[in-house]
Design a binder for this molecule. Structure first.
Ligand code: NPQ
Ligand code: MG
Length: 386
């Protein structure tokens, strides 16, 4: 497609309740959205020589502050406006167009900033697929039309509060519960949840890198609670220590923050640093790379599941499509929009009977609702070819 303009929009959405993790408490979701506007020609336009207008949406999952990883919303916005979008325009000028499949190589001169790159690739892919009438799911290779829906439960003020919150999600029918843990909030709350809800509850925990190898004894105490997995216990850049820890635990170790690329996933598997992989498209630079991480894990017999970054309906729709690939054998953090938002910017993604439907429409299959989008928008700018 030819790209004529890119809109960068910042939205600020209140969360239904504070979300606390080992790195802090979030009360709002600030997100950068990317809208790519362009034209498609030839076969994709049904033989229309002049080209047909298309647009596509992307969502950058970087948080407002660099707490989950080094990226942060204002930094993503700056790198998009100043480097990434201009690289795309230069490519269009040089070759007459871009495809989602070559966005990664076009953006490769910029080091890092995978979440920003992933958002731009997602927008180009959405536009391309809307142009050809193909859904994200069908393009990525989905094999299911619904995906099991898990929920991530933040650190609570007390164990009683935690039991109430988990009870609510269990009643709603979530297929799996993930508890956020940190030193001082681990064995006691996990034991309480296991005792209250019984052995049949699919339960796992996420430490967001809050422990060190000195905590092996505490982490090993979690073994008795039959957890599906322990997510990212140690530092993001320490595969070796994760491998060491894994030999001391019965609970499978899963990596999230550490898996920043196909190469990182290959290293983690080769080093036996994890037995399960959390895939987040933004963290690895987009849905195309996410699919390659999936393919690698599937080939190595490593189960994967789809992580979540408090996405709006746009990212949530794309995640549902990704989670429908064959290697996603564990429920993901693909919950209903109402888990985080009173009002989503798209038609809400709905959890029903523990499942989320995979969108079937062209591209993402969902679109922002104009007045809702405007209500949450705090800044908009256009980047145009010079
Ligand atoms: C995780 N998410 O798996 C992340 C981390 C996370 C659903 O547990 C604002 C925006 C707050 C993104 C808090 C879940 C966030 C965020 C936590 C992502 O590690
Ligand atoms: Mg995580």
């Amino acid at each position: 497609m030819k790209i004529t303009g890119v809109e960068l929009r910042t939205v600020r959405m209140p969360l239904v309740s504070p979300f606390e993790t080992s790195f802090g408490v979030q009360r709002e979701r600030l997100a950068v959205l990317v809208r790519v506007v362009g034209t498609v020609s030839g076969a994709a336009a049904g033989g229309d020589r002049k080209g047909r207008e298309v647009q596509g949406w992307g969502e950058c999952v970087a948080m407002e502050a660099p707490l989950y990883n080094s990226e942060y919303a204002a930094g993503s916005l700056e790198v998009l406006r100043r480097y990434l979008v201009p690289l795309l325009f230069r490519e269009v000028e040089r070759t007459g167009g871009v495809t989602a499949e070559n966005v990664e190589s076009v953006l490769a001169p910029v080091v890092g900033h995978r979440m920003a790159k992933g958002a731009l690739e997602m927008a180009v892919l959405d536009a391309q697929l809307r142009g050809s009438g193909t859904s994200f799911a069908s393009y990525l290779g989905a094999v299911r039309d619904t995906v099991p829906s898990g929920v991530s439960v933040g650190i609570q003020p007390s164990v009683n509060a935690l039991l109430d919150v988990v009870g609510e999600y269990v009643t709603q029918g979530y297929a799996r519960v993930k508890l956020k843990i940190r030193p001082g909030w681990d064995v006691v709350p996990v034991e309480a949840v296991r005792n209250r809800f019984g052995d049949l509850l699919a339960l796992q925990v996420d430490a967001n890198a809050a422990y060190s190898l000195a905590d092996v004894r505490t982490l090993a105490r979690l073994d008795e609670f039959d957890l599906l997995l322990l997510e990212q216990p140690l530092a993001r850049d320490d595969l070796r220590q994760h491998a060491e820890l894994a030999t001391r635990l019965r609970t499978p170790v899963c990596l999230d923050e550490s898996i920043t690329s196909v190469r990182a996933a290959a290293d983690a598997i080769a080093l036996r640093a994890c037995r399960v992989v959390n895939i987040k498209a933004g963290r690895v630079g987009g849905y195309l790379t996410a699919r390659r991480v999936h393919d690698l894990c599937l080939a190595n017999g490593v189960p994967v599941w789809c992580g979540g970054m408090l996405e709006t309906g746009l990212g949530r729709a794309a995640n549902a499509a990704l989670a429908a690939l064959p290697g996603f054998t564990l429920p993901g953090d693909v919950s209903g929009s109402d888990r985080f938002y009173e009002r989503d910017i798209t038609e809400p993604i709905v959890m029903d009977d523990g499942q989320v439907a995979v969108p079937t429409g062209a591209g993402l299959g969902v679109e922002p609702i104009k007045d809702v989008l405007e209500r949450f928008t705090v800044a908009t700018e256009w980047v145009q070819a010079d």
